[in-house]
Design a protein around this ligand. Structure first.
Ligand SMILES: Nc1ncnc2c1ncn2[C@@H]1O[C@H](COP(=O)(O)OP(=O)(O)O)[C@@H](O)[C@H]1O
Ligand SMILES: CC(C)(COP(=O)(O)O)[C@@H](O)C(=O)NCCC(=O)O
Ligand SMILES: [K+]
Length: 248
């Protein structure tokens, strides 16, 4: 069994795969290292190996690795930046600066698309990355995702205040809001969908009709209607993680 982790700025996504077939046997989303340890401790069979990607600080990533080594005697392989993997070339001037979650989503996206692709990831931040048919990563865009937009409005205004349960209810429609919570939650979704449409336009300018669109991240479903042709791949970062960190 292999434990795989995707440590984002808000949540740790984890799953356990069978080392031989790669079948997913367990998984979940947790908001702390402690909660991860607790979840893994309840598994019927302890994982023997672990690979992870993190966009957290070096210290946080090292501390999580140490905790996993201590609790489960796991050897942890941490994904590292690279100029090129599996025919995909990192497009950043300084390849080490490209967020590792973006890099792995790009690797996974190109692998699944077998050609030009637009990869969009909706987590704490919203990210779009472009990969040409020859594997060249052309770069991308980063803007605030749903959690950041929402918290900026709540923090920097006096009268925008609402709870998580009403936020969830507000997203049952995208019609003009008739309350603060509806106006904000739906407004932010419209911002993200606008982002998606402009990335699609850019991809059309580059490649005409010849490209694949991949959506991932915790908020991918909020934007799906803006990209009806897109493939939603919730585990896209894990696809790239396996490519960047083969364990055999
Ligand atoms: N089952 C879930 N658990 C937690 N957050 C979720 C879940 N499904 C969707 N989300 C949403 O996903 C977003 C976080 O996305 P994620 O890709 O995990 O971010 P990050 O990688 O930056 O930590 C949040 O806006 C959250 O509300
Ligand atoms: C852009 C990000 C903050 C996204 O983080 P996430 O939303 O996945 O938590 C992360 O990919 C990152 O720290 N990138 C480094 C900067 C860059 O990619 O240019
Ligand atoms: K992420």
């Amino acid at each position: 069994m292999i434990l795989e982790l995707d440590c984002g700025n808000s949540f740790i996504k984890w799953r356990v795969i069978n080392a031989t077939e790669g079948a997913v046997v367990a998984g979940g989303i947790v908001d702390s290292d402690q909660a991860l340890v607790a979840a893994v401790a309840t598994l019927p069979e302890a994982p023997r190996r672990c690979r992870l990607v993190s966009v957290r600080s070096e210290e946080e990533t090292a501390s999580l690795s140490a905790r996993l080594a201590q609790h489960f005697a796991l050897d942890v392989v941490v994904a590292q930046s690279a100029r090129e993997v599996s025919g995909v070339r990192n497009g950043y001037d300084d390849y080490q600066r490209l967020g590792l979650d973006r890099w792995l989503a790009v690797l996974g996206g190109f692998h699944l698309a077998h050609g030009a692709c637009l990869v969009m990831d909706f987590g704490t931040a919203a990210k779009a990355d472009f990969v040409a048919a020859d594997g060249e990563h052309l770069g991308g865009f980063i803007c605030p995702g749903m959690p950041l937009m929402r918290s900026q409005l709540r923090t920097h205004t006096r009268r925008i205040r609402y709870d998580d349960a009403s936020a969830e209810r507000a997203l049952s429609s995208l019609a003009p809001g008739r309350s603060t919570v509806e106006a904000v939650e739906r407004g932010c979704v419209h911002m993200l969908q606008g982002f998606v449409r402009s990335q699609l336009e850019h991809a059309h300018e580059l490649w005409g009709e010849n490209f694949t669109v991949l959506l991932t991240g915790g908020d991918a479903l909020l934007v799906q209607q803006a990209a009806p042709q897109a493939r939603v791949v919730p585990d896209l970062v894990f696809v790239g993680l396996a490519m960047a960190c083969p364990l055999d």
